[in-house]
Design a protein around this ligand. Structure first.
Ligand SMILES: NC(=O)c1ccc[n+]([C@@H]2O[C@H](COP(=O)([O-])OP(=O)(O)OC[C@H]3O[C@@H](n4cnc5c(N)ncnc54)[C@H](O)[C@@H]3O)[C@@H](O)[C@H]2O)c1
Length: 349
């Protein structure tokens, strides 16, 4: 049996979910001859101690103690602003790092992190879990096989049922960087193409506190790919029907809709149509349960040198570059070009 000890830093909204998923990994990995152990830390020590006790993990008082105690990989699930320093800490320790998206608050803050990882030979996987979701994987397969013909439209949707706490939103970088960045990543990953222009709008009709911290509660971005294909990326924090994540791909030979199943947060207006009839997903944790487990299993395999990195920091920053351009477009009211040269900010068209 190969033993792998993961050190988790941050057990907030997503960190608790990762802690539970890591604890459950052995059901899948033990039959493959891999045994995973978990150690964790959080600046909210009492909370972290109780999470550790609940799932049978070891609590350490700080990241430094966590690393000194001996871990084979670091899992970072703290707020976005802390990612750069913690990624460097993991790279300095010479261990592979899994870090929640995004690498940093924006591309300008991400670029030195990319340089650091490259200069120090670090291995860092970023948590864009949709790359492991069965529906997105099938869409990529069908797209790549040419089964849909040439694509005329892509429509991506990510809607939370209720907003996260305003304190979280204040440090999130905004709706495009926090939420739509998943869609920007998946559009690049699925099509293998680059988005070259973004034109974005946003609105605030929910809690005024969201506007007061400089964010919008609903937004729409029109994106243009490098071959001229058009797409839209839509997001909201107020989707009463449930947590709604979809991608509609329409081509000359066929269409596919990722996220259309019995649990879709949709209702038909047509008489006699009962589909979808199931209880909708309420949270991202429910919607992507399988994907979150799979990405951590992949991280364990990455630590063991048994697979390639499924989401590099360069991939994640490419998605962040589109998010930065969308944010700039939202603020200026103008379309923004997304160019590789504009590493620190999108340039206006
Ligand atoms: N992949 C996804 O679908 C997804 C979903 C939600 C959040 N996220 C990302 O996960 C990250 C965390 O989001 P969240 O909603 O869980 O935030 P959160 O505020 O609920 O939790 C963050 C936790 O980190 C702890 N913390 C902060 N700084 C620390 C430090 N230096 N050392 C130790 N602990 C520290 C806090 O005490 C808190 O418990 C964000 O970067 C966010 O973008 C990703």
């Amino acid at each position: 049996m190969k033993d792998v000890t993961l050190g988790l830093v941050g057990v907030g909204r997503i960190g608790v979910m990762h802690a539970n998923n890591i604890s459950a990994l052995n059901d899948v990995l033990n039959p493959q001859g891999i045994n995973v152990r978990l150690k964790l830390t959080d600046v909210a020590a009492d909370h972290a101690r109780s999470v550790a006790a609940t799932i049978g993990a070891e609590f350490l008082a700080s990241v430094e103690e966590l690393i000194a105690s001996g871990v084979d990989g670091l899992v970072i699930a703290t707020g976005t602003g802390t990612h750069p320093d913690l990624i460097r800490t993991g790279v300095d320790a010479g261990i592979p790092v899994f870090c929640e998206k995004p690498v940093a608050m924006n591309v300008a803050d991400s670029t030195p992190v990319l340089d650091y990882i490259r200069d120090h030979g670090g291995t860092v996987q970023i948590g864009h879990q949709r790359r492991f979701d069965a529906g997105y994987l099938e869409a990529k397969r069908a797209f790549t096989a040419g089964e849909l013909g040439w694509i005329h439209s892509l429509r991506a949707v990510t809607c939370d049922m209720t907003p996260p706490p305003v304190e979280f939103l204040a440090g999130s970088g905004g709706l495009f960087r926090d939420c739509s960045v998943h869609d920007f990543d998946i559009l690049r990953w699925l099509t293998g193409r680059e988005i070259v222009e973004v034109y974005a709008k946003g609105s605030n009709n929910g809690d005024p506190a969201i506007g007061e911290v400089g964010d919008v509660d609903t937004a729409l971005a029109l994106v243009t790919f490098d071959d001229g294909t058009l797409g839209t990326v839509s997001a909201s924090r107020y989707n009463g029907a449930g947590h709604d994540v979809r991608l509609e791909i329409q081509g000359s030979a066929g269409s596919l809709l990722v996220g259309l199943d019995e649990k879709s947060a949709l209702a038909s207006a047509e008489a006699g149509v009962m589909f979808p009839s199931g209880e909708s997903h309420k949270t991202f944790a429910e919607r992507f349960d399988q994907a979150y487990r799979s990405e951590l299993a992949a991280f364990v395999e990455l630590i063991l040198g048994e697979r390639d990195n499924p989401c590099t920091p360069e991939d994640a920053v490419a998605a962040s570059r589109i998010a930065d351009a969308a944010q700039e477009s939202l603020e200026t009211g103008l379309p923004v070009r997304v160019t590789l040269a504009a590493r620190n900010q999108g340039s206006r068209s």
